[in-house]
Design a protein around this ligand. Structure first.
Ligand SMILES: Cc1cc2nc3c(=O)[nH]c(=O)nc-3n(C[C@H](O)[C@H](O)[C@H](O)COP(=O)(O)OP(=O)(O)OC[C@H]3O[C@@H](n4cnc5c(N)ncnc54)[C@H](O)[C@@H]3O)c2cc1C
Length: 422
């Protein structure tokens, strides 16, 4: 079959790999000049399957109230009078009850585990080197309240098969001595969580696919895809600025921009973009820097040590801002990153370097916070693979595998009944 994948982010490129593996003739179309140029460009790089928890918790109402009233809250709502947000929010709140939370938790944790195994298999099969390291992630607590919440979370994910150890301050220091001068009180250690550079993964996998001797995948960069309904909406035509696209199957993996594209086909995709801020800072003193990635449970900054061509760097991300289609940022958006990271690891980073890179991008969030992986109900040759939200690096390969199953007409390798449905 000829399959065209729309979007060369983590999800599009991972989909292309599994489709290629099935023997299809695959083309990927991307509006930017390179793969991983939008959301997949500078995320926190944590393969944090143990954190694959749904956002609509039974206490989500409190989080929303804080988002509206506390300007220092990590989650903020800036575009309150947005009909798309209200519609998304109504569905989100419909899941914020104990029964749905349990159902979504079970589905999301199981899917994340499946996806991590697929990611590891893809790395093994292709030899792509993204600095993948599976030696656990550390979740650091600076207060008794977050320690209690972390303990409860460890117990919850433990019932779903995840090994998460609750650690005293002393035990955390044994794992991460560079926290010695912080006021950290303890933490949890997710034994099977991992880390890796998701941009390097996406770009290297794209390069690997494009250079296969058998059916190399064609990557067409700098082309923006649009859709037009025809015959009173019974058929459609996709095109870029320069050509019409024809294929037996189209995989739509446009991340946070998927709803805009879907509107052209007359389809509503329940994704709302949730902006996060990411900064990459050169490491100045390796002895003071963390050795593995983690999250500060009090501030919700995520950090991950990475290798760049010019030496070791630290990726730090935080923030969840509901502000519509907006990737803008200013220096003020990165004050919290520096303040909280320095509280944990003082003096580790060179904040004044000209190599500091700031970035903002949007998580493609669905109301249930599970992805949409399904065939379109009107157009047989359209498949949606989007909405991986805050955990799309972790879920990339599993999502790719399952979409390839659907295209092949096989029963999906993972049960999709609890995924976000259209
Ligand atoms: C701050 C932050 C931190 C995160 N940290 C983590 C983490 O630690 N671990 C984790 O698992 N996940 C993390 N995530 C989530 C993860 O980054 C995303 O889920 C993932 O990148 C989404 O990938 P995608 O391919 O769906 O979207 P994208 O990477 O945005 O790819 C979509 C592509 O489609 C292209 N496109 C859009 N419209 C068109 C069009 N009309 N024509 C052609 N091309 C088009 C875009 O240019 C883009 O390249 C984080 C996200 C954020 C924002």
């Amino acid at each position: 079959m000829r399959v065209v994948v729309l979007g060369a982010g983590l999800i599009g490129v991972a989909s292309a790999y599994y489709l290629w593996r099935d023997g299809h003739d695959v083309e990927v179309i991307e509006q930017h000049a390179e793969a991983a140029s939008v959301t997949s460009y500078a995320n926190a790089c944590l393969v944090s399957a143990s954190r694959a928890l749904p956002w609509p918790t039974p206490s989500a109402h409190k989080t929303i109230w804080r988002a509206l009233t506390d300007p220092s809250a990590p989650l903020r709502i800036k575009k309150f009078f947005d009909p798309a947000l209200w519609r998304w929010g109504r569905e989100f709140l419909s899941y914020a009850n104990p029964r749905d939370y349990e159902r979504l938790t079970q589905a999301k944790l199981a899917f994340a585990n499946f996806c991590q195994r697929e990611l590891e298999d893809t790395l093994l099969q292709t030899g792509v080197d993204c600095g993948y390291q599976q030696d656990g992630l550390l979740y650091v607590c600076r207060s008794a309240a977050t320690m209690a919440a972390a303990q409860a979370r460890a117990a919850l994910v433990g019932t779903h098969g995840y090994a998460v150890r609750v650690l005293s301050r002393h035990e955390v220091l044994a794992l991460e001595p560079s926290l010695a001068s912080s006021t950290m009180v303890g933490g949890t250690f997710a034994v099977t969580d991992a880390q890796g550079d998701s941009r390097a993964f996406t770009r290297e996998l794209a390069a690997w696919l494009g250079t296969q001797t058998e059916r190399p995948v064609r990557f067409s960069y700098g082309e923006t895809v649009s859709a037009k309904l025809q015959q009173r909406g019974r058929t459609f035509q996709l095109s870029t600025g320069s050509r019409e696209l024809n294929a037996d199957a189209f995989i739509v993996a446009l991340g946070p921009q998927t709803p805009d594209f879907a509107r052209m086909l007359g389809t509503r995709i329940p994704i709302y973009p949730v902006k996060g801020f990411s900064i990459t800072v050169p490491v100045k003193d390796a002895a003071r820097a963390p050795q593995r990635g983690g999250i500060c449970e009090d501030s919700l900054i995520a950090y991950c040590p990475l290798q760049s061509p010019s030496g070791p760097v630290m990726r730090i991300t935080t923030g969840a801002v509901f502000s519509g289609q907006d990737n803008g940022f200013s220096d003020a958006d990165f004050v919290a990153h520096r303040e909280h990271f320095e509280t944990l690891f003082p003096g580790a980073l060179d904040w004044s370097s000209s190599r500091v890179e700031q970035w903002a991008c949007q998580r493609p969030m669905t109301p249930s916070s599970l992805p949409i992986i399904q065939r379109d109900s009107r157009f047989d040759n359209v498949y949606w693979n989007c909405g991986q939200g805050h955990i799309g690096w972790t879920m990339s390969c599993g999502s790719g595998r399952v979409i390839a199953d659907l295209v092949a007409g096989r029963p999906p390798s993972f049960n999709l009944e609890n995924m976000q449905q259209l």
